[in-house]
Design a protein around this ligand. Structure first.
Ligand SMILES: Cc1ncc(C[n+]2csc(CCOP(=O)(O)OP(=O)(O)O)c2C)c(N)n1
Ligand code: SF4
Ligand SMILES: [Mg+2]
Length: 233
């Protein structure tokens, strides 16, 4: 980044730098769930993020997280996580990273990636037994681009590409993952923080492919008052 561009970014109010200010909507249920999950995962994480609303959190070279962040194309986050895991393992093998300093590869994707474009890479990662946590924040549509329908949109729901009701049916991602025999699958919602905490804590002590599906309310896409996110969740 050029010196001038860096200075322009640095001079923005801090909310811009942290990403949780301008680009995200107030009352975003996904952000609420991510806050809670990150509190428990801690800073020894490398997020691998497929394009979606959460991508707006990190504006190069800044990230609101204490850990690291890798941005990938929508279909590729599990492949990115494999690269991170392999790199960490090589560093440990070569003695350049102490096992105590190891990090956790955490995929962070929306439903558009998790239920659709990213399924192939996900299937490959589970088949290889990749040791990673996969978090799908599910707002039942392509939120970042204006709430078009995704493979997670419920039957009959109105979206910007199905104004008369989505003719398809929401895929069962939980069942798809389970059929692949991963180590752990669970559903969470930000409005139930104790249940969420218990499941994230449990996942921290497990190895192999781990899935958390966070169904979450999106006031912009689902068109309701921002202050109702917790209740709706
Ligand atoms: C291959 C590809 N197609 C389309 C896009 C444009 N795009 C960026 S984010 C996004 C929506 C992603 O939806 P989802 O995964 O549900 O995340 P959300 O936006 O809801 O957080 C789309 C379609 C893209 N980045 N890559
Ligand atoms: S569109 Fe929805 S998911 Fe995206 S930032 Fe806004 S509230 Fe959150
Ligand atoms: Mg979505």
């Amino acid at each position: 980044m050029s010196e001038n561009a860096f200075r322009r970014l640095k001079d923005l109010p801090s909310t811009h730098l942290l990403g949780t200010g301008t680009p995200m909507c107030a009352g975003c249920g996904g952000l609420e769930a991510l806050h809670q999950i990150y509190d428990i995962l801690g800073e020894k994480t490398v997020f691998v993020n497929a394009a979606g609303c959460m991508t707006l959190l990190s504006v190069y070279p800044f990230t609101p997280f204490r850990g690291s962040w890798l941005y990938t194309a929508m279909a590729s986050a599990p492949a990115g996580a494999q690269g991170i895991r392999d790199a960490l393992d090589i560093l440990i093998d070569k003695g350049r990273l102490r096992p105590a300093e190891d990090l956790e590869a955490v995929v962070l994707t929306g439903d558009g990636a998790a239920y659709g474009m990213g399924l192939s890479a996900t299937s490959g990662a589970i088949e290889r037994g990749l040791d990673f946590l996969y978090i799908c924040y599910d707002n039942e549509g392509y939120g970042n681009t204006g709430q078009q329908y995704s493979a997670a949109t419920p039957h009959g729901a109105s979206t910007s590409t199905s104004t008369r009701g989505y003719p398809g049916y929401k895929k069962d991602l939980f069942a798809i993952w389970t059929a692949n025999r991963p180590t752990y699958v669970a559903t969470v919602v930000g409005a139930e923080p104790l249940d969420l905490a218990r499941k994230v804590e449990k996942s921290k002590h497990l190895q192999g492919p781990l899935l958390l599906i966070a169904l979450y309310p999106c006031p912009t896409g689902l068109d309701y008052d921002q202050k109702e996110s917790v209740e709706i969740g």
